[in-house]
Design a protein. Structure first.
Length: 1138
């Protein structure tokens, strides 16, 4: 692993093949799949990274093999399995086919070598790139039992002749990566791109392009012709026209594309202005490509990359999809998951070249979870998480989204889409009580109702931290699935022949490779298989099957009570997993040849080899053949796309410093002729003796063992398929039912079997479940078919019940002025005869004559803030039902002002008011802190009363939370046992310069206080001046503490003699005088004072209204004048204002 990451000794090989579109795993994770909906992988990997079919199954058969790699906490699926989705610069080192470490001269001479455990482990790590602590540990625990090469069962030592030739890529010995591309079906063109990638710099420093036109016999170096001053990074091929080639340059050096329309004979160079991270080719239009950039922008081209236009910004990596023929209306439609301006994810569709705002559509109302969108076959999946609970949605054949129904108390933490072929969904779901395991679920055809098939599936983590679930679908035999299950801390392998209705252990082989008996009996001992995907696209997975070779399964595994990751060997089944034979005592890479008619095996040891093994009788006999006179470190094998040429190419090196070696092998000489009818025998598919599998008696044709003839592409494998009588196990349990030990399906305790479908209307009929539903693609007839199939039952008129009202995103708060989408669902009742009335609580309501006309949702916009009670009522002639919710409509707070007295008497209550702009009626929360308190007082009203007990300065902090905004204000209140106060007035010229802002009032108060202190000879720190808001400008003087009456008279005299003056600005002098209502005023002026005070109060109230808008006048006023009224004892005034 160290070499791969940075050492110069790192030799890696990328392979690219143009045979099939590239499968890309996705999070609906939907991260990784439902919790959120998880994808198998967030972005599609580069061609060489993810296409398991390259080399192992060129016809695309392994698309049905599952080894899901999920990278996060989102809904997962093989989202792009039918598209050439190519992503690069994503953990490059993780997918490299690593050159094996060089060995001693003895090893190079093909002598028997027995490496030590430490040395052996190091070599395995460099070859497979698995870290020592990887979950895929079995790939590192390599056990040797012989010399350089493994020993198969009953090898024949007579070696048929192989036609071989070798070619060295001279001058590229320093290059540590290579990508190999076989142009297409029946083409003789091979392109190879080698490069020196500096992992420290993260860029390509050297590159070479090679081309062969004779199936790899010779190569021409095209470097000087097509890449002057250009560093090339990746090769791509159009999946619908293999003659079209696209090469990306390294953007660290230059951002450009090289395009060829003649299999690389000539290239045109086009500069681009963005950094391509991944490509998605259209499934039918050869010139249409989507490109994803490093800055999350999606671009489209309709001329095979010559010109690009921006489709959308802020697109989630790997969450964009081309339209599918027969499902989407426009061929150029693009499905996108993108972030909106508000920061939320949305599902968007638009046309690739016309994706302006007016051209966009939003098939799902409201937000969705990140890494949630999966478009796969006939299905679209989404997820939405609110309050810690995730809801999953599915659209079938582009219809409206429906909520996925899992068993009521499954309570999924995560969900991954495993498969959507064959017209149903298989998903791995992590239930609430599962930690490191998942459960396998199977849906009905629309993908809505799921039932559990197998609990506690084994999971592990890939190199990039992606989740891997051990589920494998056997190609070529419908309904056959293999899975690893965790039981009592042990992992065991199970197989099913009826799509998960019944599971059983694997029967172990009876003899080992030497012919000795194996003492292993079910159920305490069985065969266990590794279900791992190869990180190298040109080495096979640990389990391999092929559509064109039904019944043959080749896998790495072990015999014992549990699955082991050490001491593993190779096993094969010729009868679809009923019986097994051991073919090698150690791990080998095994490929299918001749459309599955032959097997090729190469040892996986970390030492060089010059031999391969060929079997023509399903692994019973093996021919040991030489393909090189010098032992080769095999880095990968390239298979031809099942042409009649029968050519394979080995890639590797002879020694540490040697050039890349390409050894072309023509194995056509192994077969003397084409097979005829007399070369075949029949084989009956069965399940441990039961000949009816998936409701049929299936008979296949196989070549007789030892016959050296070629099958050919047109060879038909299936001879006959005769329907069987339906039995209990041709049916799976319907939603809400569970399989009992007796094999029968019984309703779960939470399921009410008496409730009809809510869409059932009087006079119509509905399908009433018997607890069973026929397994999809099961072809049984008669028998229990009529008994177990759903019965048509007439709808009975019933009162509506189970009415549910919710917002589209399950949020009960929204910002003023935004569109709010409501959903109304009726669980039971006649939707055609049931009317619906929805009252939004703001004086607006809507009515529908029947719920069926409602559609997906109702949208409403509130024009004022507040808390509104929204009510939905469904009613028909048999009764009614209602549902309601309380919706908080808020607007962001712009300003907060804490209205508080300047001085208060200790031990007496003081009124404090937080005034907001704009007002937030009943939707704001207030938090109050007094002095150094850590726990706030929380209120829903903006006013509190507080008693201060500590003399001196006391701080009050108030925060308001509303509309997603939090603001605060702080005031310092002086607390005294006794104080005096005087009301102050100002000369009228001050009002002309009063801007009515708090800072201005503070500055005026500071100047007045300093002037009073200077004129009257009183300490400034014992004076406080508070200027009131509004006009005419007034203030209050606080004397602290003051018990000397004569001192108050000093202030009165100074004020009355107009001695207190200050310059506001040049030419503007302001005079401060005593207000007639001051506490020191003579009794003769009391009545006049009260009248004047009332006029001042009313004036202040008026100006406060203008400044603070909708403030509660009485509360604010009494809060502002609390201290003054306490001293003067004008309680009647406060009472009047209240």
């Amino acid at each position: 692993m160290k070499d791969v990451l940075g050492f110069e000794s790192c030799w890696t090989l990328f392979f690219v093949c143009a045979l099939v579109p590239l499968p890309a795993r996705s999070d609906i994770t939907c991260t990784s799949c439902f919790a959120p909906i998880r994808r198998n992988e967030a972005h599609a990997k580069p061609t060489a990274f993810i296409s398991r079919d390259f080399g192992s199954a060129p016809d695309g058969s392994t698309y049905k093999n599952w080894k899901w790699r999920l990278d996060g906490a989102q809904l997962s699926s093989e989202a792009h399995k039918k598209s050439s989705f190519v992503s690069w610069r994503e953990k490059l080192q993780n997918a490299h086919i690593s050159r094996a470490e060089r060995t001693s001269p003895a090893e190079e001479k093909d002598e028997k070598v027995y490496p030590t455990k430490d040395t052996q482990m190091n070599k395995r790590e460099k070859r497979s790139l698995f870290p020592p602590d990887s979950a895929a540990g079995s790939r590192f625990e390599f056990r040797r039992t012989g010399g350089v090469e493994g020993t198969g069962k009953s090898p024949r030592q007579n070696e048929p002749h192989l036609i071989t030739s070798s070619f060295a890529l001279s001058g590229d010995s320093a290059h540590n990566q290579a990508m190999v591309l076989w142009s297409g079906h029946n083409s003789s063109v091979i392109l190879i791109l080698t490069k020196l990638f500096d992992f420290n710099l993260g860029t390509v420093t050297e590159s070479s392009l090679w081309r062969s036109v004779d199936f790899g016999t010779t190569y021409e170096k095209l470097t000087d012709k097509v890449m002057i001053r250009t560093m090339l990074s990746y090769l791509y091929v159009c999946p619908t026209n293999k003659r079209k080639i696209l090469i990306l340059s390294d953007p660290e050096v230059e951002s450009s594309l090289l395009i060829s329309s003649d299999e690389g004979a000539t290239f045109q160079k086009f500069n681009i202005n963005f950094y391509i991270m991944s490509l998605l080719f259209h499934p039918t239009q050869e010139n249409w490509i989507l490109a994803y950039s490093h800055d999350q922008r999606l671009y489209s081209s309709v001329d095979f990359g010559k010109k690009w236009i921006l489709v959308h910004e802020r697109v989630t990596p790997g969450r964009f999809y081309w339209a599918l023929s027969g499902l989407d209306k426009e061929a150029d439609l693009v499905h996108i998951e993108a972030r909106t301006d508000s920061g939320q994810m949305q599902y968007i569709t638009c046309r690739a070249q016309k994706c302006s705002e007016e051209g966009r559509q939003y098939p799902f109302s409201g937000r969705i979870d990140t890494n949630s969108l999966v478009v796969q076959d006939q299905y679209i999946f989404l997820q939405l998480t609110t309050a810690g609970r995730t809801t999953y949605f599915v659209s079938y054949q582009r219809g409206p989204f429906r909520t996925i129904q899992l068993p009521k108390y499954c309570l999924p933490k995560d969900m991954h889409i495993v498969s959507t072929d064959e017209g149903q969904v298989l998903a791995a779901v992590q239930e609430w009580n599962e930690n490191d395991t998942y459960s396998l679920y199977i849906s009905d055809t629309p993908g809505v109702y799921f039932t559990r098939s197998l609990p506690n599936l084994r999971t592990s983590r890939g190199l990039a931290g992606n989740l891997i679930v051990d589920v494998y679908k056997v190609a070529g035999v419908s309904g056959l699935i293999i899975a690893n299950k965790k039981e009592d801390a042990q992992m065991t392998t199970y197989i099913t022949y009826n799509k998960g209705q019944t599971w059983s252990l694997l029967q172990p082989p009876t003899k080992d490779t030497t012919g000795h008996d194996i003492n292993c009996n079910l159920p305490s001992c069985s065969l266990h298989l590794l279900l791992q995907m190869s990180e190298n696209p040109y080495t096979p997975d640990t389990i391999s099957t092929k559509h064109s070779a039904p019944g043959i399964i080749v896998a790495t595994g072990n015999i014992g009570p549990e699955l082991s990751f050490s001491n593993t060997g190779m096993f094969i089944s010729s009868d679809a997993g009923n019986t097994w034979r051991q073919i090698f005592e150690e791990e080998h890479s095994v490929w299918f040849l001749d459309h599955g008619g032959a097997l090729l095996a190469v040892t996986q040891s970390a030492v060089p080899t010059r031999h391969l093994w060929i079997s023509l009788d399903e692994g019973r006999q093996w021919d040991k053949l030489s393909f090189s006179s010098t032992p080769l470190f095999v880095d990968g094998v390239l298979m031809t796309p099942e042409t009649e040429n029968r050519i394979i190419t080995f890639f590797g090196h002879f020694s540490y410093h040697s050039d890349w070696q390409l050894i072309k092998i023509d194995y056509s000489s192994l077969f003397g002729r084409k097979c005829t009818d007399g070369d075949f025998q029949t084989w009956h598919l069965h399940n441990k003796g039961e000949v009816c599998v998936m409701g049929e008696r299936q008979v296949y044709m196989k070549r007789k063992p030892g016959t050296r003839c070629t099958l050919g592409r047109e060879y038909s494998r299936v001879v006959s398929a005769e329907p069987c009588i339906c039995t209990l196990y041709d049916f799976e349990c319907d939603y809400g039912f569970e399989r009992q030990a007796s094999g029968k399906c019984a309703p779960a305790f939470w399921y009410n079997v008496n409730l009809p479908a809510h869409t059932c209307s009087h006079g119509q009929h509905y399908r009433n479940s018997t607890g069973y539903r026929k397994v999809l693609l099961n072809n049984c007839r008669e028998g229990l078919k009529d008994t177990l199939s759903p019965r048509m039952q007439q709808c009975k008129p019933i009162a509506p019940s189970g009415l549910q009202l919710s917002t589209i995103n399950s949020q009960l708060t929204a910002v003023l002025g935004t569109n709010i989408t409501f959903r109304v669902a009726l669980q039971n009742g006649d939707s055609l005869s049931t009317s619906l009335h929805v009252d939004f609580g703001d004086g607006i309501s809507v009515s529908y004559s029947n719920i069926s006309r409602l559609g997906d949702s109702i949208t409403h916009t509130y024009r004022v803030a507040g808390i509104f009670r929204v009510t939905a009522r469904a009613q028909n002639s048999h009764g009614s039902d209602s549902s309601s919710l309380y919706l908080h409509i808020t607007s962001p707070v712009e300003r907060i002002f804490l209205s508080a007295p300047v001085v208060v008497i200790r031990g007496k209550e003081a009124n404090l008011t937080a005034v907001l702009w704009p007002t937030q009626p009943r939707t704001a929360t207030f938090y109050w802190w007094f002095n150094n308190s850590t726990e706030p007082l929380i209120t829903l009203e903006g006013s509190v009363s507080h008693t201060f007990t500590q003399e001196g300065p006391n701080s009050v902090t108030v925060q308001v939370s509303a509309g997603g905004t939090v603001l605060q204000d702080v005031k310092i209140i002086t607390v005294k046992d006794f104080f005096r106060s005087l009301l102050l007035s100002f000369s009228p010229n001050l009002d002309e310069h009063n801007p009515s802002v708090a800072e201005w009032r503070q500055d005026v108060g500071r100047v007045v206080r300093a002037t009073l202190s200077q004129v009257c000879g009183f300490p400034e720190d014992q004076l406080l001046v508070s200027v009131f808001p509004g006009s005419p400008t007034a203030a209050e003087l606080f004397i602290l503490p003051e018990t000397n009456q004569s001192m108050s008279e000093v202030f009165m005299n100074a004020l009355n003699q107009n001695l207190i003056q200050f310059d506001l600005k040049p030419g503007t002098r302001v005079t401060v005088s005593d207000n007639p209502c001051s506490p020191m005023t003579q009794n003769a002026y009391k009545k006049k004072c009260i009248a004047l005070l009332l006029s001042v109060v009313i004036g202040l109230v008026w100006h406060c209204c203008l400044w603070l808008s909708y403030i509660k006048l009485s509360t604010a006023l009494c809060s502002a004048f609390n201290c003054r009224l306490v001293v003067v004892n004008y309680s009647t005034v406060c009472g009047y204002v209240r």
